[in-house]
Design a protein around this ligand. Sequence first.
Ligand code: HEC
Ligand SMILES: [Cu+2]
Length: 479
Amino acid sequence: MKEHMKIWSLFALLALGLWSCKGSPGNKGPDTSKIEVKGETVAELTSPPFVPKPVGKREATKLKVSLEILELEGEMVDGVKYTYWTFGGSVPGQFIRTRVGDEVEFLLKNHPDNKLPHNIDLHAVTGPGGGAESSLVAPGHEVSFSFKCLNPGLYVYHCATAPVGMHIANGMYGLILVEPEGGLEPVDKEYYVMQGDFYTEGAYGDKGLQAFDMNKAIKEEADYVVFNGNVNALVNDNALQAKVGQKIRLFVGNGGPNLVSSFHVIGEIFDKVHVEGGDLINNNIQTTLIPAGGAAIVEFKVDVPGTLVMVDHSIFRAFNKGALGMIKVSGPENHKIYSGKIMEGIYLPEGGTIQKMPGKKKEEVIVAKTPEQSIADGKAIFSRTCLACHQSDGKGIKAVFPPLANSDYLNKSKDKAIEAVIHGLKGEIMVNGEKYNSVMPSQSLSDQEVADVLNYVYNSWGNNKTIIAPADVKKKRGS
Ligand code: HEC
Ligand SMILES: [Cu+2]
């Protein structure tokens, strides 16, 4: 009896072994190394946020990819310069779109004006160093190597030249998509978004050319965490565009070098996530984790107009370090899906009274207050309502929230200050010689409360001691 069992289990093991050999390379599909290629095609490469045309039903081919490395100065955020090292002149680098079975003939060129040698490690490559061992190239030289795309999926590529962390931290990463046989399901809009963390000698917003800071990088203390290479890459005028009813597909990567991304789109649910860029499909996802050196494909249909905000939901990165992008959706409202008003271009969770309750008007309580009382009451309102953005010392946050302390904008005109609080403020303004181009939501405060808070502000931090009466505010409401 016992002997019998042994023989059977031996059989089972053998069968298992045979079965797992058949499905190489490592998946359930046919042996993709055997797919024959037909003809030659020059690959279309695109800079973010765009992606090349879908592969569709095209057969496997010899795909010629030519990528040029460029070291160039760019802008991290207004007035802050950074020397980026790039694959093709952008961060992330140019998007490469292939299909399973393609033989990629890869030409890597290092521009003669560059200062350093570089190479490329593509996670889509089956081979030593993902190509890195064959692709080290000095400035003014080019190298080529080729590989066959065996596994479908969305893959990161990056420079792997020592010090590797520094090359990646300067922007040397991008995405290569290997579509499955027959292509990905068609959608209406496809975009390319990639997160990266940056380490500068100065703090966030410190102007001028900022050098890379190796010590901060080692400690993983990022000054900037951004989508597509800089703080403004996907906001306001650079927002991604879509129309109501369209199906959107985002190819999302994370170059790191250090941080993992909790990728989330405020106001949407991912209908479909290709988890980690592979075959596994997950549905109805709020936030998907994208490891450093990893990717995901997320898909969702946009049903109502407004601005969707992409963030790394490690949320200080979004609101204080730049990990924020926008998708502007235009088209007709659908009140069955979403009834409320959408404020264009912003999502600002800070501050206690931003969320207006529609239709609920504040009771006006007029009491004769002394200036001292008004200022004291204003302090409490400030803490509740303004502090989150303008900070308790009124100094704001460089490049994001303007200072109220010693603010020339404020001290020039009390009408403008009142208007900012009751109507909100957006567009470019100058405060103490610095440019701000952001959005302050309107604050739903009573006339008395507006007067109180501004009296506190005007009578603090070196401002000009203006005193405002509720009647001044009332007058501005009409305008
Ligand atoms: C959600 C963040 C946020 C909150 C809350 C907020 N502000 Fe602002 N505020 C801003 C931004 C951003 C700007 C600059 C807008 C622009 O760039 O056009 C601004 C500009 C201003 C300005 C004009 C510029 C300056 O620095 O003098 C004043 C005055 C001001 N805010 C007062 C207030 C007061 C008072 C409150 C509370 C009642 C308040 N803000 C609440 C974000 C905020
Ligand atoms: Cu490099």
